[in-house]
Unconditional design. Structure first.
Length: 300
């Protein structure tokens, strides 16, 4: 092999970083309770009985409990009308104990997602999807009340990994409203030079090869290959795709949008799937909820 062979990428351990952040949040919640006798509250609205949505909601409630954040819950049947969902959101808007409202997506077919999300009070939009929050995210010199949890988690992973962002070339692969676009805007706020690669991009490989930081959020299994990545780049992999694997009991395994086994040979640091960005999303949700609680409790 010779002395020239360099070590593999450092693994950015999202699980460990997220649990550190959750412990920090718990400390702040305890301090709020001691000082004001109040804690932040998160309300989750779930419509219908999708198994995956129920699992997410259970995880969110448990995370709240561990951090000392009060959790509120409204479960509506799949047959609920849009008017009932809107009324539920309004009830939480009016409840002073609730500082964050989350409507678990996707909503049942025929419901207008945009209308339901727009009903959430701007001050309680802990998912960061309100058009006004996204608008402020896009504007220089403006700060949104909340940034969307997954892209915020990506940037937090980079910072806690010690990655210097200012002046760096960042490429975001994917332009979804939930991850790609807000991730690009957050990286711009960190003074990166940002390029967004998407399905209509010509020669995405050439563009990715110039990146110091790649955030892969295209929802396409192992799309980002080793020859897309320059030596020493830092890789944040948002993807979760299941691919058939007969050796696994479940019959499948989870992979990211990056070819992890190969890319880790050239990158300087990389997030694994699972255990990278995933745990950060809930940690950032708690962080947004804490910020909201602190704002409201200080005003009260």
């Amino acid at each position: 092999m010779g002395a020239s062979h360099s070590a593999e990428a450092a693994i950015i351990d999202g699980k460990t970083i997220a649990s550190t952040i959750r412990a920090e949040i718990k400390g702040e919640v305890d301090a709020l309770r001691a000082k004001h006798g109040k804690v932040p509250g998160l309300a989750v609205v779930i419509v219908g009985d999708r198994k995956d949505s129920q699992t997410y909601v259970r995880m969110k409630r448990k995370a709240c409990e561990e951090a000392g954040i009060e959790s509120f819950h409204a479960e509506l049947p799949a047959s609920a009308s849009e008017a009932e969902v809107l009324a539920t959101v309004r009830k939480f808007n009016a409840d002073a104990r609730v500082h964050g409202i989350l409507v678990q997506l996707p909503l049942p077919k025929g419901m207008n997602e945009e209308r339901v999300l727009a009903e959430i009070s701007l001050e309680k939009d802990v998912d960061g999807f309100h058009p006004e929050n996204i608008g402020k995210l896009a504007m220089k010199g403006h700060e949104p009340l909340f940034a969307p949890c997954t892209p915020k988690g990506c940037v937090e992973l980079l910072k806690r990994n010690g990655t210097v962002l200012s002046g760096k070339n960042a490429v975001v692969v994917g332009r979804s409203n939930i991850v790609g676009m807000p991730a690009a805007m957050l990286l711009m706020k960190e003074d990166c030079t940002v390029t967004v690669v998407h399905s209509k991009t010509r020669d995405p490989k050439r563009i990715c090869r110039e990146a110091d930081v790649i955030v892969a959020a295209c929802g396409s299994a192992e799309m980002v290959k080793k020859d897309w990545v320059k030596k020493g780049a830092v890789i944040i992999d948002v993807g979760t795709n299941s691919v058939d694997d007969k050796t696994k009991k479940a019959g499948y395994r989870l992979v990211g949008d990056v070819d992890f086994a190969e890319v880790k040979k050239v990158a300087s640091a990389i997030t694994p799937v699972p255990g990278g960005v995933g745990p950060m999303t809930i940690a950032m949700l708690l962080s947004n909820c804490l910020d909201s609680g602190k704002r409201a409790i200080a005003k009260a």
